[in-house]
Design a protein around this ligand. Structure first.
Ligand SMILES: NC(=O)c1ccc[n+]([C@@H]2O[C@H](COP(=O)([O-])OP(=O)(O)OC[C@H]3O[C@@H](n4cnc5c(N)ncnc54)[C@H](OP(=O)(O)O)[C@@H]3O)[C@@H](O)[C@H]2O)c1
Length: 398
C-alpha cells in the first residue's frame, strides 16, 4: 500500500507541505499552518525548574534539570557515596553519567563476572571505585540496586541486612518492592526508598547525556523516612542524566512498564508485524514486498514522523486514499486488540507476569534458552527478508 500511496503523498500533498526530504529535515522543518497546532508545545508555567504542564487537559508536574546544575548536585551529594550495584545496561549508563557529573560513585558487582570486566574497561578501578557487592553496599550511603530484576530477588537475603539506617535504597524499576510477595524484596522500614526509571535503554541514558541532551525518567518515592526522599529522587534523576522527570508511584511505574513492553513497545507490535506479513505472503506477495509494506516503511519513514509530529499530522501528510483507509480501519484494530490489552493489564497487575519473569529468568540455563528463542525469531522469514532489505539501504552499502 504505502510504497505507492504514502511516499507519493509525502511528495505531492498540497494541504501539508512535506516535500521530498529526509526524516531529519522533516522533523526540523517548520510545520504548515494546518499542522502547527499539532506540534506546538502545551502551555508551560515555569517555576524554578518545575513545570506544570497541561497533558491534554490533565495538569501534571514535571521537574527539569535546570534547577539542578552540576555544582548544586555536587554540593547536594557532597557527603554521599553512591554505591551502584550491578553494571548492566542501566549500571553502565547511570554510573558513567554520575562519574562525569563529578559525584562520588562506586560500583559493586560480582568479582570477575562479565560486569566486573566491563567496569574495568570503562575505567573503574578495583579497590578504588570498583568493589564486590557487599563492600560497595557497606561503603555506600545511597545504594542503587541496578541488578537485573531476577537477581534483585535472588540476592535480597544477602543485601537486606546491609541496608542499615541512614542509607537510601534506589531502584530503576518498581518491580522488586511492588511485587514483594513474589520477589521477597521487603524493604527495611527505616530507610528512604526511591525510584528513578529512565524511559529507555541504559545505552540511551549514556548517549543522550554525552550529546548534552537527557533522557526522560519517572521518579517515585516508596518510603520517606527522612522527609527528603522526593528531593533526593529528583536530584538523583538529574544526576544520572535525565532531562525531565515525571512523577509517578512505584506501582504505576511497574504496571505501565511491564504492560508497555509486552504491548506496543515490543510484544504487540511484533505480533502485528507477523500477522500482516503472513497474510501478505499467503496472498502471493514476495518477501521483499511483504517486509517493505510491514516493517521497512514503518520504521524508516512513518513511525519517526509519527514520533515527531503525532498521528493527526501523519494522516494529514499522506494521500487521501491512505488517509481514508487508515482512519476507517483503525477502530477495527482497536476493537479487536483492546480485549487483549485488557487481559495483559490484568496479567501484569495480578503479578502473573512477574511470576513468569522470575521463574524463567532465575533458571540456571536462562541465557541459553533465550539464545534459542532469539535464534528462532532471527530465522523467521520476515526477519531474514528484513536483513536483506536493510543491506540494500544506501548507508549499508560499502
Ligand atoms: N535495560 C533497560 O533498558 C532498563 C530501563 C529502565 C529500567 N531498567 C531497570 O534497571 C535495573 C537494571 O536493569 P539492567 O537492564 O541494567 O540489568 P542487566 O543488564 O540485566 O544487569 C544485570 C546485572 O546484574 C548482575 N547480576 C545478574 N545476576 C546476578 C546475581 N545472581 N548476583 C549478582 N549479580 C548479578 C550482572 O552481573 P554479572 O555481569 O556479574 O552477571 C549485571 O551487572 C532493573 O531493575 C531494570 O528493570 C532497565
Amino acid at each position: 500500500m504505502a510504497s505507492k500511496t504514502i511516499p507519493r503523498a509525502l511528495r505531492l500533498s498540497t494541504r501539508v507541505a512535506v516535500p521530498r526530504r529526509t526524516f531529519v529535515s522533516a522533523v526540523r522543518a517548520r510545520p504548515s499552518a494546518a499542522t502547527a497546532s499539532a506540534v506546538r508545545s502545551p502551555v508551560v508555567v515555569p517555576a524554578r525548574g518545575i513545570k506544570s504542564i497541561d497533558f491534554a487537559g490533565t495538569k501534571e508536574t514535571v521537574y527539569e534539570r535546570d534547577d539542578w546544575p552540576r555544582e548544586k548536585l555536587q554540593d547536594y551529594f557532597k557527603n554521599d557515596t553512591l554505591a551502584l550495584i550491578g553494571y548492566g545496561s542501566q549500571g553502565h549508563g547511570q554510573g558513567l553519567n554520575l562519574r562525569d557529573n563529578g559525584l562520588n560513585v562506586i560500583v559493586g558487582v560480582r568479582k570477575d563476572g562479565a560486569s566486573w570486566k566491563e567496569a574495568i574497561q570503562d575505567g573503574w578501578v578495583p579497590g578504588k571505585n570498583l568493589f564486590d557487592v557487599e563492600t560497595a553496599i557497606n561503603k555506600g550511603t545511597i545504594v542503587m540496586n541496578l541488578l537485573s530484576d531476577a537477581a534483585q530477588s535472588e540476592t535480597w537475603p544477602q543485601i537486606k541486612p546491609l541496608l542499615t539506617k541512614g542509607k537510601t535504597l534506589y531502584f530503576s524499576h518498581g518491580f522488586s518492592p511492588v511485587f514483594k510477595d513474589l520477589t521477597k524484596v521487603d524493604v527495611p522500614t527505616d530507610i528512604d526508598v526511591i525510584l528513578v526509571a529512565p524511559k529507555g535503554s541504559g545505552r540511551t541514558v549514556r548517549s543522550l547525556f554525552r550529546e548534552g541532551r537527557g533522557i526522560n525518567s519517572s521518579i517515585a518515592v516508596f518510603q520517606d523516612v527522612t522527609g527528603n526522599a522526593k528531593e533526593k529522587a529528583i536530584a538523583m534523576g538529574v544526576a544520572v542524566g535525565s532531562g525531565y522527570l515525571y512523577e509517578t508511584t512505584f506501582e504505576k511505574e511497574v504496571y505501565s512498564d511491564l504492560y508497555g513492553e509486552r504491548g506496543c513497545l515490543m510484544g504487540g507490535i511484533h505480533g502485528m508485524f507477523l500477522a500482516q506479513y503472513e497474510v501478505l505472503r499467503e496472498r502471493g506477495h514476495s518477501p521483499s514486498e511483504a517486509f517493505n509494506e510491514t516493517v521497512e516503511e514503518a520504521t524508516q519513514s512513518l513511525y519517526p514522523l509519527i514520533g515527531a509530529n503525532g498521528m493527526d499530522w501523519m494522516y494529514a501528510a499522506c494521500s487521501t486514499t491512505a488517509r481514508r483507509g487508515a482512519i476507517d480501519w483503525s477502530p477495527k484494530f482497536k476493537d479487536a486488540l483492546k480485549p487483549v490489552f485488557d487481559e495483559l493489564y490484568t496479567s501484569v497487575k495480578t503479578g502473573k507476569e512477574t511470576q513468569r519473569s522470575l521463574d524463567y529468568n532465575s533458571q540456571p540455563d536462562y541465557r541459553e534458552r533465550y539464545d534459542k528463542e532469539l535464534e528462532e525469531i532471527r530465522n523467521l522469514e520476515i526477519w531474514r527478508a528484513g536483513k536483506a532489505v536493510r543491506s540494500l539501504r544506501p548507508e549499508n552499502q560499502k
